[in-house]
Design a protein around this ligand. Structure first.
Ligand SMILES: *Cc1c(COP(=O)(O)O)cnc(C)c1O
Length: 825
């Protein structure tokens, strides 16, 4: 075991040597875990090492806060209802640069780092891409040395665990906190009261002015839990503050006094349900009120916290808020913050309206994540006014002043005024949260070039015409620390050797790989790395599903939430097409392929759940049929999450990004695949457009209708039956599924899916089918030329630099937040 370089023993809380870490682990096993040596399991070593690592971040955290306070640097606050952080231990070891020390220290204790890492329950506090984006951005903010706070919700139960029973998705509660969470530090003294419901009343203040106050019907307490966010290779350590709901004890006192002890306890229980569970998206109506409460709860705590920090600054007042903090709204979930900040400034700080509004707009930025009308948040007016009566009044006031501005800018255009109102009139009055976020922000952005353009000429068109200067694009990115270095150690080593270690914080340096794209020896190494990753994934697939995969096959992977717009069913239609071709022509020479799927369906999303059943049913038939299983297998890998994503993205040869053009705002999975050398088969949607631009059209498999063609087709009246009638293969595939070929003769189970495709097909699966199948045939042909495939694969990684979240965060900091780097010593 290595001693520290100067021979003295390093402190066990901060030392970076294996020796110091070893002592720290032993200390934590003894004093924090409290287990006799004989009873120690890998999970205890996990907790002890995690605590030792947290200690090492804590000093950096203190230094970062102090530096930022001393120098008055502006801070980014990233407000997000979801943070899909993934396992923390590996990422923190990497960012601290103590992976080897940890491996050695554990080895000395007879433990294997890999086994210890596997003990972590990942915090699944998000649904998918949006939550994972927030997590990648926290990693980049810290690595770029930008002071930042992530604000969110400490859900007791994160996204459900998915099991597959008899081919169907079954949801299990995610008990991620069962064994405690070594990363967080509870801060019971950092707590705020949050009101809910009740009424508003007028009163005269000391100066005799008429004022309004909110008298909530209920109070809930929010308590902070802080998780350190360590930057890579720097001292900067930011923080993720998650709020947890508690009952307000004094509030329940009356019940206690009147002897209604159980009523008081009941109140306590209901208060704590506020942060009980993460809602799956695509879940209609049910539980909506609690969701609004969750949003308001975490936003109010966060804003109160920010104002509290402002109060403590010697050199600033609340008027300086926009100079000291940037508040970013990750989608509309935190957009109630616009009204809440106004309430805090006007009602509680007694600022005049115009001053407060100036501060609010200068401080907030809004990132839009979707154009899907059903996903744009609106709240029924009745529900809203019962829940947040004062906020509704404030929104009315914002709206009336805003609409006057619209009238001034577009005189006589009352239709425009009606369209732009924050209060929707169609089908029962609603509060339109995307509009509130837009009006309350000085900067509005989409998440890929195409998406930002579509935003400007669809859902926010009127607002773009009002304030064109507020709109910009910030194409998403992903962190290469987690999604290359941590998840693909083989590639990491090869990149280090080939382009030097700097790529990890300057991903454009991967361009240096281009020179090796035609080097036979390098291609050999490239393939060896990919092959080892495929063997790793094959092992996981074997344990999870019992299906055996051959790592020499083409690994064709689609992992993401299951959704009609993402079109997993289009993928299945191609699989069944290839299956039919093989059945009809046993001599067909097909390039062997493993079709691998993963992803969760929202529990209430009927068709998405049928799509999972279809994938597993097709797999069940194909995988055991000796006349086809030499050429194809179909796998549904259960419970796609960040942990298994680490094994999945690096193992792909082909990345499926096949959404209907115009529907996927950006995608980030597409970027993770590209960095790891997968080729993309995709539509011109979201960031695929930019991926193809960067990779070069020759290194991308393009198919399908464009956004313009999709719109034209819909406008002219799309009739899927015409496409089915014109394509005998498509007709045969649909018949086969509908007539129960994959369901033991059961003609009911897939009928809703097939009917949807035949008679409605809102996402144009039938229209894109022929183009997709033809493109898949091109993929198969290209795969036969291994050297050329490697050439394309190397170029994809080489040209993925743009998709680092470091690039995205640098753009946000420069264009929207005006937050500069601050080196911590
Ligand atoms: C990246 C990621 C996503 C987003 O995938 P898309 O293909 O962009 O939809 C969802 N879930 C997890 C676990 C991820 O890592």
């Amino acid at each position: 075991m290595t001693e520290s370089t100067n021979g003295t023993r390093e402190p066990s809380r901060t030392g970076r040597s294996a020796e110091a870490l070893g002592r720290a682990i032993a200390d934590h096993l003894r004093y924090s875990i409290g287990r006799p040596a004989a009873a120690l399991q890998p999970t205890h070593y996990y907790r002890a090492l995690a605590l030792a690592v947290r200690d090492r971040m804590q000093d950096n955290r203190t230094a970062s806060t102090q530096t930022s306070l001393d120098l008055g640097n502006k801070v980014t606050c990233y407000l997000s209802a979801e943070f899909l952080m993934g396992p923390q231990l590996g990422a923190n070891l990497l960012n601290l640069g103590i992976e080897d020390a940890a491996r050695d220290a554990l080895a000395e204790l007879g433990q294997d780092l890999y086994e210890v890492l596997a003990c972590e329950e990942e915090p699944g506090l998000g649904n998918g891409g949006l939550g994972r984006l927030a997590a990648c951005y926290l990693d980049s903010l810290a690595t770029l040395e930008r002071p930042a706070i992530g604000y969110g919700i400490r859900y007791e139960f994160g996204i459900f665990d998915q099991e597959i029973h008899d081919g169907w998705q079954v949801e299990k509660t995610d008990n991620w906190l069962d064994n405690g969470n070594p990363w967080e530090i509870a801060k019971p003294d950092v707590n705020y009261l949050v009101g809910w419901s009740g009424h508003t009343e007028h009163y005269l203040d000391d100066a005799g002015r008429d004022r309004i106050r909110w008298v909530p019907g209920r109070l809930i307490k929010g308590v902070a839990y802080d998780t350190p966010i360590q930057g890579y290779g720097v001292k900067t350590c930011n923080v993720l503050t998650l709020w947890s709901a508690r009952a307000v004890k004094e509030f329940a006192l009356e019940a206690f006094n009147t002897g209604d002890y159980y009523k008081a306890v009941e109140d306590e229980v209901t208060s704590e349900t506020v942060t009980k569970v993460l809602y799956p998206n695509d879940e209609p109506e049910a539980g909506k009120r609690l969701r609004l409460l969750q949003q308001y709860f975490f936003v109010s705590c966060s804003l109160q916290h920010v104002l509290h920090i402002m109060d403590d600054l010697a050199d600033a007042s609340v008027h300086d808020l926009p100079e000291r903090f940037a508040l970013q709204l990750n989608d509309t979930h935190p957009s109630i913050g616009v009204a809440e900040l106004m309430r805090l400034l006007v009602d509680e700080r007694r600022l005049d309206w115009n001053t407060a509004w100036g501060i609010t707009v200068a401080t907030f930025g809004y990132t839009n994540h979707t154009l899907l009308p059903e996903a744009l948040e609106t709240w029924p007016l009745g529900l809203f006014s019962e829940s947040l009566p004062r906020h509704l009044e404030i929104i009315y006031e914002i709206n009336s002043r805003f609409l006057d501005e619209v009238r001034a800018k577009f005189p006589g255009d009352e239709d425009r005024v009606r369209r732009m109102s924050l209060i929707g009139e169609d089908g029962g009055k609603t509060v339109k949260m995307a509009y509130l976020a837009t009006v309350g922000s000085h900067a509005i952005n989409g998440v890929a070039a195409l998406h930002s353009e579509l935003l400007k000429d669809s859902v926010l068109k009127d607002f773009y015409e009002m304030w064109p200067e507020r709109f910009s694009n910030k194409t998403n990115g992903v962190t290469p620390r987690r999604f290359v270095a941590l998840s693909n150690p083989g590639l990491r080593a090869l990149l280090d050797r080939t382009v030097g270690e700097g790529w990890l914080t300057d991903l454009d340096r991967l361009r240096g790989l281009e020179a090796f794209a035609d080097d036979p020896a390098f291609r050999q190494e490239w393939r060896a790395v990919k092959r080892a990753n495929k063997a790793r994934l094959a092992e996981l697939v074997q344990t999870e599903t019992g299906i055996e995969l051959d790592p020499s096959w083409l690994f064709d992977i689609q992992v993401k939430r299951i959704h009609e717009y993402k079109r997993q069913h289009l993928n299945v239609l191609n699989i069944v097409t290839q299956y039919l071709r093989l059945k009809q022509n046993p001599d067909l020479q097909m390039a062997p392929r493993a079709f691998i799927f993963g992803g969760k369906a929202a529990p209430g999303y009927f068709l998405a759940k049928r799509i999972i059943k279809l994938i597993t049913a097709v797999g069940d038939m194909i995988n055991v049929d000796p006349s086809v299983n030499q050429f194809m297998k179909v796998v549904f890998l259960p419970n796609f999450n960040v942990q298994n994503a680490h094994l999945i993205y690096p193992a792909a040869n082909l990345s499926e990004q096949i959404s209907t053009a115009g529907k996927e705002a950006s995608g980030t999975g597409n970027m993770k695949f590209m960095m790891n050398g997968a080729l993309t088969i995709g539509t011109l949607d979201g960031a695929n457009v930019e991926i193809r631009e960067e990779a070069g059209a020759d290194n991308f498999f393009l198919f399908g209708l464009t956004v313009d063609e999709v719109e034209a087709l819909k406008r002219d009246g799309y009739r899927p039956a015409e496409y089915i009638a014109a394509n005998p293969e498509l007709a045969a595939v649909l018949d086969l599924i509908e007539h129960g070929h994959f369901s033991h003769g059961d003609t009911e189970v897939f009928r809703p899916l097939v009917h949807n495709l035949r008679y409605d097909d809102p996402f144009l699966v039938c229209a894109d089918y022929a183009s997709y199948v033809a493109c898949q045939d091109e993929v198969s042909a290209a795969w036969q030329d291994r050297d050329h495939w490697s050439h394309m694969s190397i170029l994809n990684t080489a040209r993925s630099g743009k998709f680092s979240s470091d690039r995205a965060i640098a753009e946000y900091c420069d264009d929207i937040w005006d937050v500069s780097a601050l080196t911590v010593h």
